[in-house]
Ligand binder design. Structure first.
Ligand code: VGL
Ligand code: ZN
Length: 212
């Protein structure tokens, strides 16, 4: 059984948002098309869901700016603009997402002391969100991953999925990256591929959907 995992399709990651991913809105039609197909036993969504005092926000570190790197409680941390603050419009799903297809939501980044790029674990791999246990409990053994951003939350979600033993595919046309450094997204895709993630296009999945 396969699940679709939609990573962080939230207003703050869309053009005009606080942490806008270039062309980020282009992935929403891909998410909607796949979510509407009958291929998936579950359509899961993650939401980046930070308290206002989150340690990943540059604004919470005197004299620091977004894009700088610090050490946060022993872990390397890129500093970000304030984004996806719990209960704000920026943290809500983008309106164009057909959210009624989503069967279960997992929240991440709720602990102010540690960031959480993966939908499965925090960046220290200490606390689970419950996503892995939920999927296993439901008999899911395969996942398709898409969303924002390729070089952060999508990458770490797909890597954890593969590591946990799920047959993992990255729907590459359903992802866009932040690209703080040029080529970050390409390197992220290569890293996922090297970890056993299959890289696929949504068209091929939708065409195959009629067969499986
Ligand atoms: C993300 C940076 C900070 C993401 C979340 O969704 O990729 N990136 N928080
Ligand atoms: Zn975040």
């Amino acid at each position: 059984m396969r699940a679709l995992i939609l990573v962080d399709l939230q207003n703050d990651f869309m053009p005009g948002g606080a942490l806008a991913v270039p062309d980020g809105d282009a992935v929403v039609p891909v998410a909607n098309a796949l979510a509407a197909s009958s291929t998936y036993a579950h359509v899961i969504a993650t939401q980046d869901w930070h308290p206002a005092d989150h340690g990943s926000f540059a604004a919470n570190h005197a004299g620091r700016s977004p894009g700088e790197q610090i050490e946060l409680h022993g872990l390397a941390q890129v500093l970000w603009p304030v984004h996806c603050v719990q209960e704000t419009r920026g943290a809500a799903f983008v309106d164009t997402l057909e959210a009624s297809r989503v069967t279960k939501v997992f929240f991440k980044g709720t602990d102010p002391t540690v960031d959480s790029y993966s939908g499965f674990f925090d960046n220290g791999q200490r606390k689970a969100t419950g996503l892995g246990a939920f999927l296993k409990d439901q008999g899911v053994n395969a996942v398709d991953v898409l969303g924002l951003a390729t070089d952060y939350c999508v990458k770490f979600t797909a890597l954890d999925a593969a590591r946990l033993g799920f047959a993992t595919r990255l729907v590459v046309d359903g992802c866009r990256g932040v690209n703080l450094s040029e080529g970050d997204s390409e390197r992220a895709v290569a890293e996922m591929r090297a970890a056993g993630v299959e890289v696929v296009e949504s068209d091929a999945l939708l065409a195959a959907g009629a067969r499986d």
